[in-house]
Design a protein around this ligand. Structure first.
Ligand code: MLT
Length: 266
């Protein structure tokens, strides 16, 4: 897999599809890795002719995990630096959950780089004080006991009950979490706790935007997706039935079809 050297990082990423295709960058959820986008990267590359870049964000997958915290704008700067190295001036930017938080930070930093936006199972608002305290508990748990208890806590928040009972969905998600580093998980948890409210950005998002959400998502529920859909001027909303927070993994065909339809219209 290719790697890029970005400031203090060795950043691993995948590249799929023709070099001249529409660039699409997909940002993963917490505490997973770019591997969660494998099906969408293949389909966008092979069926839609896109040039799909999927990084492992700072602290995750094959990317190095320096000491945190990792504020969302730091993760966004890493992604912009990778796009610069790959010569991608403008790109479609997609993020699921934490990937969406990073997408908002990138929009604040460099809105002119974003040609289209995909926001899946995410929210614009910040954590409550209780949510911030829980992030710190999670960071300390990861540092103390490793990734196994993090997987146990996160899996029921990430997957709908039917997906939790389906080893074909559950097992790869658990494996992705277990393969991450405790330092990376702690760094991202503390970074998410500090994130800025992106609500003020929504009315100014000028590019076409696709909002997706699983109708059983309890982590970033449909009400959050509706706020994005209502406030972003040029947005479409796709609700995926019978799936939870990791909607791209739980309903890959419907999710991918929505992405292909969206990029075809750009
Ligand atoms: C994610 O899926 O990225 C996380 O659940 C986001 C969060 O904890 O806010």
């Amino acid at each position: 897999m290719p790697v890029a050297t970005i400031t203090d990082l060795t950043m691993q990423y995948t590249l799929t599809g023709p070099a001249e295709g529409l660039p699409v960058i997909l940002l993963h959820a917490f505490p997973l890795s770019g591997a969660m986008w494998a099906a969408q990267a293949t389909a966008l590359g092979e069926e839609a002719g896109c040039r799909v870049v999927v990084p492992d964000l700072r602290g995750f997958g094959g990317t190095s995990a320096p000491a945190g915290p990792y504020p969302m704008d730091l993760l966004a700067r890493d992604v912009v630096a990778l796009a610069d190295q790959l010569g991608l001036e403008r790109f479609v930017l997609g993020g699921l959950s934490m990937g969406g938080y990073v997408a908002f930070a990138l929009l604040r930093l460099a809105p002119q780089r974003v040609r289209g936006l995909i926001l899946a199972d995410t929210r614009a608002g910040t954590d409550t004080p209780e949510g911030q305290a829980n992030r710190e508990v999670m960071a300390q748990l990861a540092e103390r006991e490793g990734t196994a208890p993090i997987a146990d806590i996160m899996l029921p928040r990430l997957l709908a009950p039917a997906s939790l009972a389906n080893p074909a969905i559950l097992d790869p998600v658990r494996a992705m979490i277990l393969a991450n580093s405790s330092t990376g998980i702690a760094g991202a948890a503390r970074g998410m706790a500090q994130r800025a409210d992106a609500s003020d950005l929504l009315a100014d998002i000028a590019c076409p935007t696709l909002v997706l959400v699983g109708d059983q998502d309890t982590t970033t529920p449909i009400t959050e997706a509706q706020i994005l859909f209502e406030r972003i001027p040029n947005a479409a909303l796709v609700t995926l039935p019978n799936v939870g927070h990791l909607s791209n993994l739980e309903a890959p065909e419907a999710f991918t079809a929505a992405l292909i339809h969206f990029v075809a219209g750009l």
